[in-house]
Write a protein that binds this ligand. Structure first.
Ligand SMILES: [Zn+2]
Length: 107
């Protein structure tokens, strides 16, 4: 993912509007690119800050962003594990099917 693509996704990320594959690329880029991480922080502070000012609450937005990113990494990791499990299941089923077919041919 390029910086331009990552920046274009920031608003959607804050609105929880990204799908898992997009989230995965996005967080990976944010973790590796200090510039986009800074951009995300600034945009997050403005976006959430305005909301909170309206609500009149005390807040620690930097901490909230860290929590949100950690949560996203968890979601992405789980989705990735489910995908691997499905791929492995597919391979096992294919092998079983090949075994059955070969068994029928031998008999
Ligand atoms: Zn970047």
């Amino acid at each position: 993912m390029t910086c331009k693509e990552a920046e274009a996704m920031i608003t959607a990320y804050m609105e929880d509007a990204l799908e898992i594959p997009e989230l995965r690329s996005f967080v990976r880029h944010i973790d590796e690119c200090p510039d986009c991480r800074d951009e995300l922080e600034v945009r997050f502070l403005v976006y959430k800050g305005l909301q909170r000012l309206e609500e009149g609450e005390a807040f620690d937005l930097k901490h909230e962003l860290d929590i949100k990113l950690a949560h996203t990494r968890g979601v992405v990791a789980i989705a990735y594990r489910v995908k691997i499990a499905l791929v492995i299941t597919g391979i096992v089923l294919s092998l079983v099917l090949v075994g059955v077919v070969l068994g029928i041919l031998v008999l």
